[in-house]
Design a protein. Sequence first.
Length: 175
Amino acid sequence: MRHGKKFNHLGRTASHRSALLSNMACSLIEHKRINTTVAKAKALRVYVEPLLTKAKEDTTHNRRIVFSYLQNKEAVTELFRTVAPKIAERNGGYTRIIKTGFRQGDAADMALIELVDFNELYNPNAEEKKTTRRSRRATTAKKAETVVAEAPAVEEKVEAPKAEAADSTEEKTEE
């Protein structure tokens, strides 16, 4: 009997399922979002959220526990260096599942699973970039004024050597 066994077996053996979830978790940490089926996304959320909670406290013990699940040094490093500082204030709910429709080949229900703090479009608490408003007209007008002010001086300097050069050529022809 399967009383109290709620997790989805995904039609795989235990070793295949753990390898699948480990690889998907590494991809999620590396790319910050992945496209998969809804069933796998829900299973991945249950698998990866405790790892993200452990990553909030950077200790050797937590790194070893996370590595025992992921089996990928690069993913563990990325998780503790870039992901953990961003999710430090969040008390859970690190992932978001967005249903994207049905797959063409077998009509499987597809979803996008992503890390919540790495999506700038949906993140209302993200710090907005402070940009100053600049008008192109003001800058081009200033440039035009400086060019006009400098232009006569440049023309005079250019004309003087031409006149001397012309005199020297006339002298050579006369000799």
